[in-house]
Write a protein that binds this ligand. Structure first.
Ligand code: ADP
Length: 491
């Protein structure tokens, strides 16, 4: 087998885990077996006991009803008849006079019952025995009357009537039909078990198909996605959990597609940025080589300027990748932020004079911060550079430094095209451009805001932008201010 396939995560996970259908089958079979055990315990193993206990309750109820009617023999006989038919048992009621039992009521639900075929001696013995035990007793016996042997329960109870005489009730009920039922149920259980296990298998297959189908479809789409086909769509198949998963995967796919587009744009932008200065250098170099008298200091300066731009571009790319990889960490020091902003303005002095741009800087006092000086300078520089690039016809850029609640806020405002609200979340992304036509920076490289974001986040600083279309934008960031008073503490 192909090695790549064997090492693929999908193949490895297939080898390790068993399929859903087998798991479902196992669980359903376990459920069936446990249910059958419970049913068997109650319906077969404990059936006789439950039946006997309910019979005993019936015997006790009959005792009570008959003993309460000893004053009225007619009523007593009616009760005896009713209870015998109602409970399917044979009943005999005796009045004991001078130790001799004489029958006062009886009803025969089963013609082969033991108590009706017992001779006088046996009846006397049963009566004496219950009188001696002073209450009642129940016992199981084999009754062979009528040829066949059946298991019966015999219950005897004694009580004193209102006339002071002893009364004895004998009751008998057969357990045979129940034993037959138990045997039949035992036979049926084997069949029931087989049918239910087959049913569990079919159910497991059906359920696993229902559950697995959307998953299989999703894993096919995921494989397409892994190959770079970003139009792969995920369907949940109508189940909430699967729909949620499909939604998350569709979102991931759309984000991957966006990143892929951005990467492509990056390559286009970088190659554009690299090619422009290179073309200039080559062009000027060739002119200076081929045309006599063109080796002027001005032409030489163009080559030097373009080389500088190239160096800056490469440095910025390197910076960005270092910040993102976390290898360039801030080295904090306490420095005067106001001075750093002034230094940036100084750097643009010549440019603003020539191009008639105006940069103003508004501040109340000098403020120090504890941060990486070079990095913060880069942030201010990028924001000012962007403001100059995008500001409006009046060519105005305003820098403001304010202090509030122990934090210093630096904001850079221009009067330019502004940024649409839907673009704002993306401008901090690497390579994102609102207008896809690549605008060349006055100074800088075009990776500006992603470098700004990386630096400010590595400082734990707050930052943001407020912008109104056709009115302009204000980019800002905040750092903890350090005054002379808390200087020592902060160090
Ligand atoms: P670049 O300016 O070279 O394109 P940046 O990362 O500095 O790269 O900015 C990203 C995008 O944010 C820009 O392409 C532009 O669309 C938008 N942007 C940045 N600064 C401003 C600004 N001051 N006014 C309007 N849009 C801006």
């Amino acid at each position: 087998m192909n090695n790549d396939r064997i090492n693929s995560p999908i193949y490895r996970s297939r080898r390790r885990v068993s399929g859903i259908s087998w798991r479902l089958f196992g669980m359903l079979t376990l459920f069936v077996v446990l249910s059958l055990i419970v049913i068997w315990t109650f319906q077969v193993a404990l059936l006789n006991r439950f039946y006997e206990s309910s019979k005993l309750d019936e015997f006790h109820q009959t005792d009570e009803e008959i003993f309460s009617a000893t004053e009225n023999i007619e009523l007593l006989q009616r009760i005896t008849y009713k209870r015998s038919i109602g409970t399917d048992s044979c009943i005999r009621v005796f009045k004991i006079t001078d130790g001799v039992p004489s029958e006062i009521a009886d009803c025969d639900a089963n013609i082969n019952c033991f108590i009706h075929h017992a001779d006088g001696g046996e009846i006397r013995r049963l009566c004496t025995s219950v009188l001696e035990k002073d209450g009642n007793y129940t016992r199981r016996i084999s009754n062979s009357v009528g040829g066949s042997t059946v298991i019966v329960t015999i219950h005897a109870a004694a009580s004193k009537g209102a006339d002071g005489s002893d009364y004895v009730i004998l009751q008998e009920s057969a357990l045979l039909p129940l034993s037959a039922t138990v045997t039949t149920l035992e036979h049926q259980f084997g069949w029931i078990m087989c049918i239910l296990i087959m049913g569990a298998l079919v159910m497991a297959l059906l359920l696993s198909r229902l559950i697995c189908l959307p998953m299989e479809r999703m894993s096919r789409s995921a494989r397409r996605l892994a190959k770079g086909e970003y139009d792969a769509h995920f369907f949940g198949g109508g189940y909430r959990e699967a729909e949620e998963l499909a939604e998350a995967l569709n979102y991931a796919a759309s984000e991957l597609a966006k990143t892929d587009n951005l990467q492509k744009e990056l390559v286009a932008n970088i190659s554009h940025d690299l090619r422009t200065p290179l073309t200039m250098i080559k062009g000027y170099g060739e002119v200076m080589r081929d045309i006599p008298g063109e080796s002027t200091p001005e032409n030489m300066q163009v080559i030097i300027d373009e080389t500088e731009r190239l160096t800056e571009l490469v440095n910025d790319m390197l910076d960005l990748s270092k910040i993102r990889a976390g290898t360039r960490k801030p080295e904090p020091e306490i420095f005067d932020l106001t001075e750093v902003i002034g230094a940036v303005m100084l750097r643009y002095e010549k440019f603003t004079e020539q191009q008639e741009y105006s940069i103003t800087f508004e501040k109340a006092e000098n403020v120090s911060v504890n941060a990486d000086r070079t990095m913060i300078l880069q942030v201010v520089y990028n924001l000012v550079n962007n403001a100059l690039n995008y500001t409006g016809e009046d060519k105005k850029v305003q820098i403001k430094q304010t202090v509030e609640g122990g934090r210093v806020r630096v904001s850079v405002t221009d009067t330019g095209v502004g940024i649409a609200p839907e673009d704002i979340p993306y401008i901090w992304d690497r390579y994102y451009k609102v207008d896809k036509v690549h605008k060349r920076a006055v100074v800088g490289t075009g990776l500006g805001l992603s470098i700004v974001k990386g630096i400010l986040e590595s400082h734990g600083a707050r930052y943001g932008v407020e912008s109104v279309i056709d009115k302009g934008s204000t980019f800002w960031f905040e750092l903890d201010a350090i005054y002379d008073g808390n200087f020592e503490e902060e160090i």
